[in-house]
Design a protein around this ligand. Structure first.
Ligand code: ADE
Length: 259
């Protein structure tokens, strides 16, 4: 997969040299190219922003410099273009899976109040362009959001993770325990500072281990993600699940509508 990233802070992307993503780059699975937006300016100050039409605080990134940068980076090619912005569609595991199937992604990192909207209009008529938010909070710029997306997408590429099962076990992965977050995990030693590893995990009984893991996933989902718990499909719950949810005083299914 080829990844182009255009930013006024290429230094932000140093972490892409290390760990899984760094190894994938060394192996050639990932071809990451980071570009300095200011290289496409023509004035001595290398200006990339200007005041917003209509007034208001902050600065807006100028369309001309973005246009020249993107034209040069893509040539005749047609990457899928991603613009990180808090006003974008949510970045989810599903979108990460979708992006992992693309041969080429172009990330355009905005700073300040964002990029002049005509840039998205212009390339939206030639490429698939998605404005994407990584969460309901405002970062100082898109760089960190791009790091998040590159890591989430990169680890899904074939051969990037050591263990193929790691991906299918993920919270939110399609076909995993759907709509449940993962429960706690433990390794040796069996007792640490007086805290014991739950006995069932040492039992070697695969059925009981699976049941325990599902119970813990349900507990954690109810505690930490009531939004996901509320959206559970009753058809995916067995009698044991229902009993546990009742103990947790959490109701699922149509009877919930009345409350
Ligand atoms: N830029 C600033 N905040 C952001 C967010 N939450 N997601 C994506 N890009 C952003």
């Amino acid at each position: 997969m080829r990844l182009d990233i255009i930013s006024i802070f290429p230094e932000y992307f140093a972490p892409l040299d290390v760990s899984l993503i760094g190894k994938a780059r060394e192996r050639g699975t990932l071809d990451v190219r980071v570009h300095q937006l200011r290289d496409w300016t023509h004035d001595v100050h290398k200006t990339v922003d200007d005041t917003p039409y209509g007034g208001g605080p902050g600065m807006v990134m100028k369309p001309e410099v973005w246009g020249e940068a993107i034209d040069d980076v893509i040539g005749e090619g047609k990457p899928r273009m991603i613009v990180p912005t808090p006003s974008g569609r949510p970045f989810t595991q599903e979108l990460a899976q979708e992006l992992a199937g693309e041969p080429w992604l172009l990330f355009a990192c905005g700073r300040y109040e964002g990029i002049d909207s005509r840039v998205m209009a212009e390339y939206g008529s030639r490429l698939q362009v998605d404005e994407v938010s990584i969460g309901d909070y405002v970062l100082a710029g898109g760089e960190v959001a791009v790091l998040v997306m590159v890591e989430a997408v990169g680890r899904l590429l074939p051969g990037v993770l050591g263990n193929v099962n790691s991906v299918t076990d993920d919270s939110f992965a399609p076909g995993s325990m759907q709509n449940l977050v993962e429960g706690p995990v433990y390794t040796k030693p069996p007792v640490w500072r007086g805290h014991e590893v739950p006995g069932v995990l040492l039992s070697g009984h695969h059925g009981k281990v699976a049941r325990w893991r599902r119970d813990e996933a349900l507990r954690r989902t109810v505690r930490n993600r009531p939004d996901l718990a509320a959206a559970l499909d009753p058809a995916t719950l067995d009698k044991h699940d229902r009993k546990l949810l009742e103990e947790l005083a959490f109701r699922v299914g149509p009877e919930d509508v009345a409350n």
